[in-house]
Each structure stands twice: as C-alpha cells, then as structure tokens.
Write a protein that binds this ligand. Structure first.
Ligand code: SF4
Length: 290
C-alpha cells in the first residue's frame, strides 16, 4: 500500500501519487502514459493527474497492476474500476488479453491470456490476485501456462493448483522453483504445440528463453524482444542479457523466418506493425543496430 508520507516530491499536485518504493518496472508508464513517466530519480512519478472518468480508470489500472503497491491516492479512491478493467482485451478477434496484476518477483513483468476454444493459454505468471483468478475462471480457466523464461514464473504454482493447467518451460531455464513443471521443452528448433501455437526457442536473455507464436500474428517474447515504452520501435536489452548477447542476436535473426504483426513482451512496450512485412523491416533494423 503506497504511503502518502513517502510520496515522491516530483509527483504533480493532486490525488494520485507514486511513493519511494517504486522499482521502476515501467508497468504504470505503459498502462497510463498520459499520467505516469520516469522522474529524475529514475522512479516513476505522476506527471499529469487524471481528470476525466476514463483517465481515472486508466490511472487506477496502473495502481492495481503495480507490483509493489507504490501508487496511491490521497484521499483514498475506490480502485474497483481499475480491478474490473483486467484482463484488458487487446485484440477482440483473436481474444488476446493483458492480465495486469503484475508480480514483484517477476519485477512487474506483463502476462497475457489467450482465449481459445481448444483451451486458454496464460503466457507468463501474473500475481495470483483473487479478482484476477475469478475473472480467468469466468473466461474459461487456463489449460496451458507458457513460461517464456525463468524470471517471469512468479505465482505459477498457484495457477497450477487453481486451474490444473499444464506448465511449459524450456529445460535450460528449469530451476529449483520450477522442477515440477509438467512439460520441459528441449533444443533450439521451433516446436508446434497446437495448430495455432508454436514454441520458438530464442536463447540469449537466458539460455532457455522461448517465444510463443500464436496464429502467425502474435509473438509473445518474454524479455528477448520488446518495444520502446512509447511503442514506436523494437529494442532488445543488452544490459539485461544474462546469458549471451551473440546468442541473442542469432535468435533474433531466426525470427526473420516467422510471420507476425504483434510483439507482446514481458517487459517494455508492445509493438504492432502494419503488416508482417513491416514487422520484418523493423526487426531487420533492430538486428543491424545490435
Ligand atoms: S508500476 Fe509501480 S513499481 Fe512499476 S514503475 Fe510504476 S510505480 Fe514503479
């Protein structure tokens, strides 16, 4: 729970504020960029107070999603509209949702729900918050939990217990906390999990990093590939590459053989290209810069 006494001085005057416990995960800035930005101390601040009702809901979504409870309101506001907004539909036709409710143990990583007739897929682990669990149940539960890499596994056991989902993680990223996952992927070759789902190993950020391609349109990339926070361009984080940067560049080149229009990462901004060809051009630009 954010504390007004710890309110960062750079916050704009008004009810919403960020306190000094912020870990700079960027979730609030991606959810509500009109209201949150990075301040001089490298932590998020409220730079413009929300005024209209839609703006207030957006700011409350950031409050709910914050992994450390670092966003508060003074006087206290009811966060119900922010809670009710998750999971947030990103694409109606494909039924792809952003879960919100990020977990501190995943450093505020983003997780997604793919709603499918053949069984829903949860990509990476959100915080196992009661309202989210209930909403996921209403949306059909979780059949598979696809873990893109070892860092963003958060509350995976709670989701397994609640939904009986099969957890999938590359064997190279399995550790003490994930030895009980039901399915371990092997090797570096893409592997079809279902007609519309392909697991694509992308070693680099970690040895077992794996992207998930859905319907040849959506690529869930974990921390391998992301956009700038404003969603204007693709980028990759050399300063957060824990395994091998040359390997990450090789993995990036392999993505040129895939067809997709969306990049949905664990951290960083989302990127949507006008077409698969436009995505390929942007990816080529990034690879040249790596
Ligand atoms: S979501 Fe919370 S922890 Fe993350 S940058 Fe915003 S205020 Fe900081």
């Amino acid at each position: 729970m954010a504390r007004a006494a710890e309110r960062l001085s750079e916050n704009a005057p008004g009810p919403f504020f960020v306190d000094s416990t912020c870990i700079d995960c960027a979730a609030c800035r991606i959810i509500a960029p009109r209201h949150f930005r990075r301040g001089g101390r490298g932590l998020s601040i409220v730079h413009r107070q929300p005024e209209t009702e839609p703006e207030q809901t957006r700011a409350l979504m950031a409050l709910v999603a914050c992994p450390t409870g670092s966003i508060g309101t003074e006087p206290r506001r009811d966060a119900a509209p922010g809670v009710a907004a998750f999971p947030e539909l990103l694409d109606e036709e494909a039924q792809v949702y952003f879960c919100g409710f990020t977990a501190e143990s995943s450093f505020g990583a983003t997780s997604y729900l793919v709603r499918r007739r053949e069984g829903n897929v949860l990509v990476d682990s959100p915080r196992a918050a009661g309202p989210l669990l209930r909403r996921l149940e209403e949306l059909g539960g979780v059949r598979w939990m696809f873990l893109t890499h070892r860092d963003d596994v958060a509350d995976h056991r709670r989701f397994r217990e609640r939904f009986g989902c099969e957890r999938i993680l590359h064997a190279r990223d399995v550790g003490a906390g994930t030895r009980d996952v039901e399915r371990q992927l092997e090797g570096d070759e893409p592997r079809r999990l279902a007609d519309d789902l392909v697991a694509v190993p992308v070693p680099g950020h970690t040895a077992g990093s794996t992207a998930l391609l859905y319907r040849d349109r959506f690529l869930f990339t974990g921390d391998h590939l992301m956009a700038t926070e404003d969603g204007a361009a693709l980028e990759a984080g050399r300063d957060v590459c824990w395994y091998s940067w040359p390997e990450q560049i090789r993995s990036m080149r392999r993505l040129l053989h895939l067809r997709f229009e969306w990049v949905l990462p664990g951290h960083g901004g989302r990127y949507r290209a006008a077409s698969p060809a436009a995505m390929r051009r942007e990816l080529e630009r990034l690879i040249a810069a790596m």
